[in-house]
Design a protein around this ligand. Structure first.
Ligand code: IMP
Length: 207
């Protein structure tokens, strides 16, 4: 793998920071779509996080030949049968904001006791190389939906997603979230696969 760069298929600054910090550790530089003049907002019509991550990567492939990394993620709440799932970003409608999504989720769990509020963040990461090679991975982080917002870090649902030790994602320092989050876990697996491919190429094997 010659080009040690990626275009990240996201317009979310927080995700971009998380992705580039992890890829930096294995020598990759990550650029945003804006950095390379790409404006792309594909409709996420897939039935799974993986399908949606692929949809995003393939949409951007039409605009650049550079290596692409895309992530699709969301939250799955057991009491709601896995919802919001792939609808996480638009959970409270077309004009959803983080606050309106959080409010809707807290209302949906009104009166539900802590043991039944279990949930997990899920991330699917897809790498699409210029030669068409696709590398995928999944990551999860288990926790529960708290009763109130807490913390000022992070983004999205972080203030109401709590780890079992009763600390919300939004209360974690960046380096902690970036070690244990669903995206961190998926990205670590991607890094492992990329390093393996780099090593095989270095040894002269065509894989
Ligand atoms: P996506 O950009 O289509 O992948 O949408 C992801 C949705 O899940 C958005 O509503 C995000 O706010 C939410 N989400 C994904 N990852 C995280 C996270 O690490 N913390 C909080 N919310 C997240």
């Amino acid at each position: 793998m010659k080009d040690k760069i990626f275009i990240a298929a996201t317009n979310n600054k927080n995700k971009l920071r998380e992705i580039s910090e992890i890829l930096k550790k294995i020598g990759y530089t990550t650029f945003s779509m804006k950095d390379v003049g790409i404006d792309c907002h594909p409709e996420e019509t897939g039935n799974s996080f993986l399908e949606n991550a692929l949809i995003k990567a393939k949409a951007i492939r039409k605009m650049t030949d550079l290596p692409i990394i895309s992530d699709d993620s969301g939250i799955s709440v057991d009491y709601l049968g896995g919802m919001p799932g792939v609808h996480t970003s638009r959970y409270s409608g077309e004009n959803s904001t983080d606050d309106s999504n959080i409010l809707k989720l807290l209302n949906a769990l009104e009166g539900v006791e802590k043991p039944k509020r279990t949930a997990r963040f899920i991330s699917a990461v897809v790498v699409l190389m210029p030669d068409g090679q696709i590398i995928t991975s999944m990551g999860r982080c288990e926790g529960y939906i708290g009763f109130e917002k807490r913390g000022n870090n992070g983004f999205g649902y972080d203030p109401i997603f709590y780890l079992s030790r009763n600390i919300s994602f939004a209360e974690l320092e960046d380096y902690v979230k970036n070690s244990i989050s669903h995206r961190a876990r998926a990205l670590r697996k991607i890094c492992f696969k990329l390093k393996k491919i780099d090593r095989m190429e270095l040894l002269g094997y065509d894989i």
